[in-house]
Design a protein around this ligand. Structure first.
Ligand SMILES: C[S@@+](CC[C@H](N)C(=O)[O-])C[C@H]1O[C@@H](n2cnc3c(N)ncnc32)[C@H](O)[C@@H]1O
Length: 353
């Protein structure tokens, strides 16, 4: 159950605000300050609906006050280059973003991910909403965070037709838009077979002639069409840090609400459905982007426990808070037990302050 100095997984049953304010007494002997690398939050959206396991009707001001208080309480828990992901729909997302600006600073904004949550049309409404928003903030700033975040998996085809000792590669164009170019990026490239190439209109070469020659000497340039074509850069599979994630995530890649609900219903056919679970694939993608194995994940609106299951499966310690003991008993604990039985490395504990 212990991972480094941290418990590998702890579910706190109780109110997020109280739990965050008294972590040292709720989980004695563990100091969470400066340890949280990813905080993912999927609070009730304030939709005005009543769900089977929780009520989602609040006055907007009090909903925002709670969000502000809880985000402020998270600040001292964040590790260097941590990120906070807040998942919402149109009910409060625009006001919530202002609160995030206030708590973390406008310059901490990284991106808003649009997640395709539904594929079927709802004809009862003027527009059929099919997406949620996930606002991503990095208090140390997006540039610093980009250096530590993981890219998404690069499944593109790599091959090694020339037995390059650096391993499989694929090639990418060696031109860029010429907006910020220097004069040294405009020149005539002469290929190994003597063909001449200018950069295409509106573009320039990525590298200066000297740098291109050096890359070519190192064997990192691919000349297509038997040496007649424009130079292309060899990108090696083992040097690829993954791709920059897109800001639109489709249901086909990470699941939708319906697939997440169906998965829970298959696992717990005898219980009233939990209305708002997130797909495991969505949370696994977030955990993989924002953390490395061993880094702490926090979710203080844990719901059916998807974040904890994703973290557990991926070898990240986690801390979850959920107000409803019924939800914890019905979903969180059995899901974690199943993940543990499936071979997820860490154990977990439960705290009922
Ligand atoms: C949208 S659901 C989270 C769903 C979750 N991401 C999942 O995949 O199952 C929001 C959850 O927050 C819980 N909740 C609401 N207010 C809370 C509070 N003040 N403290 C802790 N949990 C709270 C609700 O009981 C509900 O289970």
């Amino acid at each position: 159950m212990v991972c480094g100095e941290l418990l590998a997984g702890v579910v706190i049953v109780g109110d997020a605000g109280s739990a965050l304010g008294s972590l040292s007494t709720v989980v004695p002997g563990v100091d969470y300050s400066g340890r949280v690398k990813l905080c993912y939050l999927d609070p009730p959206y304030n939709t005005g609906e009543r769900f089977a396991y929780y009520d989602d009707r609040r006055h907007s001001d009090s909903w925002l006050d709670e969000l502000r208080d809880n985000l402020t309480a998270v600040l001292p828990l964040l590790a260097p280059n941590a990120s906070v992901w807040l998942h919402l729909d149109d009910s409060e997302q625009h006001r919530a973003r202002s609160v995030m600006d206030e708590v973390f600073g406008r310059e901490a904004f990284v991106a808003t991910v649009i997640w395709q949550k539904r594929l079927t049309r709802d004809n009862r409404t003027a527009f059929s909403s099919m997406h949620d928003y996930i606002h991503v903030y990095a208090p140390d700033g997006p540039r610093a965070w980009k250096r530590v975040r993981n890219g998404v998996s690069d499944d593109g085809a790599f091959a090694n037709p020339d037995d390059d000792p650096r391993g499989p590669w694929r090639s990418a164009p060696m031109t860029v838009q010429s907006g910020h170019a220097t004069r040294s990026q405009f020149y005539t490239v002469v290929t190994p077979t003597g063909a001449h190439h200018e950069p295409p209109p509106g573009r320039c070469w990525t590298y200066t002639a000297e740098r291109l020659a050096q890359l070519d000497m190192e064997g990192r340039v691919y000349w297509p069409r038997g040496g007649n074509g424009k130079p292309r850069l060899k990108r090696y599979q083992n040097e690829s840090g993954g791709l920059a994630p897109f800001t639109v995530w489709g249901a086909a890649e990470v699941g939708d609400t319906s697939s997440a609900k169906k998965a829970l219903l298959r696992q717990f056919p005898d219980r009233p459905a939990f209305d708002t679970p997130k797909p495991l694939a969505l949370l696994e993608r977030i955990v993989e982007i924002a953390t490395d194995p061993g880094e702490l994940v926090l979710d203080f609106y844990l719901g059916s426990g998807t974040t904890a299951v994703a973290a557990q499966r991926l070898g990240r310690p986690w801390l979850g808070v959920e107000k409803s003991s019924e939800v914890v008993e019905a979903f969180v604990l059995p899901r974690l037990q199943a993940a543990y039985n499936d071979g997820a490395r860490a154990g977990f504990g439960i705290s009922r302050p």
